[in-house]
Design a protein around this ligand. Structure first.
Ligand code: DGL
Length: 260
């Protein structure tokens, strides 16, 4: 048993979609959420740059005494998870991968789409997964242009969000895909917009939040580091950006907390 917090890290607000699933599944675990904010978005950056940001973030979380790190960011996972595990071999580090496998196993049309950042879609990790599970499945790769910025500016539900999501997702309706994988943790915040575009087309939207939370549950048991049942969980928020960003981050988390 271990009541130390779990660290969750993302380039910005996106990892809160993972944080939500952790709060649901592990209500007595303390969490420290670190949303970089200063260097966001990561999606168009070089691998070495993203790796350096991720190392700095995990250093910070380790200094705060976390017992496990969840890299709640697909882009940072593809760029840095290997290095993070080399640097902290004794720390359980959970990475995020787009849910290509479950989509490939259940598609009927043999055609799926993965929405993610430019960096994730070009990464070896993504290409390997696609090769492994999508042998006879066509995988359409789509960058959610502007999606991260919309979420970072609290613009979910705005006409601009509706328009940008429509621009990226509408072309998929003609392609016969029956699964859309959300391969970036910011994108679930735009799920209502995506659902409106695909309504009536029999397309399932899949994200990795729940699967990652299940993996965390499994690791806590395996390492015997779950919090005690009567632990009073504490939520903390950190950023490399300014005070105003921190306030917006906390507000977003509070809004999620109210829907749990
Ligand atoms: N939330 C991130 C992801 O899952 C990255 C977004 C970004 O910073 O571009 O890929």
């Amino acid at each position: 048993m271990n009541n130390a917090p779990i660290g969750v890290y993302d380039s910005g607000f996106g990892g809160l979609s993972v944080w939500r699933e952790l709060r649901r599944m592990l209500p007595n675990e303390s969490l420290i959420y670190l949303g970089d904010g200063k260097n966001c978005p990561y999606g168009g950056r070089r691998r070495s740059e993203i790796e350096a940001f991720a190392v700095e973030a995990v250093e910070r979380l380790v200094a705060e005494g976390v017992k496990m790190v969840v890299v709640g960011c697909n882009t940072a996972t593809t760029a840095a998870v290997k290095r993070l595990r080399e640097l902290w071999p004794d720390m359980p580090i959970v990475g995020l991968e787009p849910a290509v496998k479950p989509a490939c196993l259940t598609t009927r049309t043999r055609r799926i789409a993965v929405l993610a950042t430019e960096h994730s879609l070009k990464s070896d990790m993504f290409l390997d997964t696609a090769r492994r599970y999508a042998e006879d499945v066509e995988v359409l790769k789509v960058v959610g242009e502007g999606f991260v910025e919309l979420v970072e500016h609290d613009m979910e539900g705005s006409p601009e969000a509706e328009q940008m999501v429509r621009r990226a997702v509408e072309p998929l309706l003609e392609c016969g895909v029956d699964k859309i994988v959300l391969g970036c943790t910011h994108y679930p915040f735009l799920r209502p917009e995506i659902e409106r575009v695909v309504a009536g087309h029999n397309i399932e939207i899949i994200d990795s939040g729940e699967a990652v939370a299940r993996r965390v549950v499994w690791l806590l048991e395996r390492y015997d580091i779950a919090a005690e049942n009567d632990n009073n969980p504490i939520m903390r928020y950190l950023t490399f950006a300014d005070e105003e960003y921190l306030r917006r981050l906390e507000r977003k988390a509070m809004n999620i907390e109210r829907t749990l």
